[in-house]
Design a protein around this ligand. Structure first.
Ligand code: PLP
Length: 468
């Protein structure tokens, strides 16, 4: 494209993004679109002939973007919202525009250095050793968990993992089981430990399972704890689990993809006590660190663990190996060619300062507690799991009605379906102890108590289904 046309095109893109950031609150967060409708709109053969660039852009802005949910909308309460920020969106645009290769030192020493710098910030925030420790930015929490479990296996078991056993609770995120399966573990090597009444890792059941496995000559090698479960925001008893892992020589991985960022808030920090004792820790900046997709992160106590797990030395990379201090992040994980993820983290933290992040996260934690207060005062709602790290679960269960469990499940499912169908809020259900509950995740700093009150009032309008 000629320079002028590129500029005009780019301005239009930026204008659209700015418009999105300034008007998103007034739109509907939910979109609906069947496969049939989407096929009808978009299905076509790859064109041989060119199309006018403005025409393609207009089509995308009008039809594609408008058919995507607004995950940063104040009433987007599910699943984990994506309250991104403008500076990071622009940083991602820069990283893509310049197509910075963030795999090896030689291609961009500055990109590698910014990954080291931002990683050091995170290591310090989470109380990990900054000098010895290290990590890698990944596409998200799932890839960070996969990277962690692959590393744990390499360090604890070497090549022979036939007798290796891994432990996680029934509230661990599904990405962990996915990772374990992908890594080739058999069903018999996985122990899913039931949680207690507060949805926390049950220590006694864990100890019994480890003892039994040792007796059978198996090798307990890794434990995955969760710091902020997806369902309820619950933090496992990290300090006790750390002790067990130390005594038993088990790798201690913490999945803090959801809740890790809460360490920046005073209350969150207290809840996350023990997080610094992990061998590896997943955090997910595209959740509560307010980064746009895709950005996950794995931190480890010793960066050599990553290097010894992921280093390969093909002949075509021999000229860019560099020296010990020049980190090639392709040696720290699975990806060789990587986008420049550190840039958005760097630019947003530099621009806003950590204090703004602390304030936003504290606000979210307090907002969920306020919502709990409102629900507890109402005769219509029952709190099923208390506000924890900005997650709260509740259901419609009016005092004095004595509905059967089956009917309650039906009503609450219906409420969610109707709210979503109205497109005014994204509020879906989960199952806790077999009950259908409404789960609200309040990590968006733009969500106000009034937004929540409006949504609760809307929910109430859908409660009088009479069929059983
Ligand atoms: N772990 C936890 C606790 C999560 O809540 C999530 C996502 O919600 C993940 C892992 C997966 O992260 P991602 O969706 O970024 O891959």
């Amino acid at each position: 494209l000629p320079k002028d046309e590129m500029r005009e095109y780019g301005y239009k893109v930026v204008d659209a993004i700015v418009e999105h950031f300034s008007t998103q609150n007034d739109k509907f967060p939910v979109v609906v679109g069947s496969r049939e409708e989407m096929d009808h709109l978009f299905l076509e053969e790859a064109p041989e002939k060119p199309t006018d660039p403005q025409e393609v852009l207009d089509f995308v802005l009008n039809k594609v973007i408008s058919k995507s949910a607004i995950v940063s909308h104040p009433k987007s309460y599910s699943f984990v919202p994506g309250p991104s920020n403008y500076i990071s969106a622009m940083a991602d645009t820069l990283a893509t525009g310049f197509n910075v290769f963030s795999g090896g030192w030689a291609a961009s020493p500055a990109a590698a250095e910014l990954e080291i710098v931002t990683m050091n910030w995170l290591l310090k925030i989470f109380g990990f050793p900054v000098k010895k420790g290290g990590g890698i930015f990944t596409s998200g929490g799932s890839m960070a968990n996969l990277t962690a479990i692959a590393t744990a296996r390499r360090i604890k078991c070497g090549d022979d993992f036939a007798k290796a056993v891994i432990y996680l609770s029934d509230q661990a995120h599904s990405s962990n089981i996915k990772a374990i399966r992908v890594l080739g573990f058999k069903k018999e090597q996985i122990r899913i430990i039931p949680t207690d009444a507060e949805f926390k890792f049950s220590i006694n059941k864990l100890k019994n399972a480890i003892a039994k496995d040792r007796l059978e000559g198996l090798q307990p090698f890794c434990l995955v704890a969760t710091a902020g479960t997806t369902n309820t925001g619950t933090v496992d008893p990290l300090s006790s689990l750390a002790k067990i892992c130390k005594t038993e020589n088990i790798w201690f991985h913490i999945d803090g993809a959801y809740g890790g960022a809460a360490i920046l808030a005073k209350d969150g920090k207290a809840l996350l006590k023990g997080i610094s004792k992990a061998d590896s820790l997943t955090v997910d900046p595209h959740k509560w660190f307010f980064q746009p997709y895709e950005m996950g992160c794995l931190l480890v106590r010793n960066s050599k663990w990553l290097k010894s797990t992921f280093t390969e030395k093909p002949e075509y990379l021999r000229d860019i190996e560099g020296n010990e201090s020049e980190i090639n992040f392709y040696d720290h994980g699975i990806q060789l060619t990587r986008r420049f993820r550190a840039l958005k983290f760097y630019m947003s933290i530099k621009t806003f300062g950590l204090k703004a992040f602390r304030t936003a996260i504290s606000y979210n934690i307090e907002l969920a507690e306020k919502v709990e207060g409102i629900l507890r005062k109402s005769p219509h709602w029952e709190v099923i799991s208390p506000a924890t790290l900005a997650v709260i679960n509740f259901r419609f269960n009016p005092i004095g009605e004595n509905y059967s469990e089956k009917k309650l499940d039906k009503i609450n499912q219906y409420i969610s379906e109707q709210v979503v169908a109205s497109q005014e809020a994204l509020l879906v259900t989960t199952l806790l102890n077999g009950q259908v509950v409404l789960r609200m995740c309040l990590i968006n700093p733009r969500t106000t108590i009034n937004d929540v009150k409006e949504t609760l009032a809307q929910c109430k309008t859908f409660t009088n289904i009479t069929s059983t």
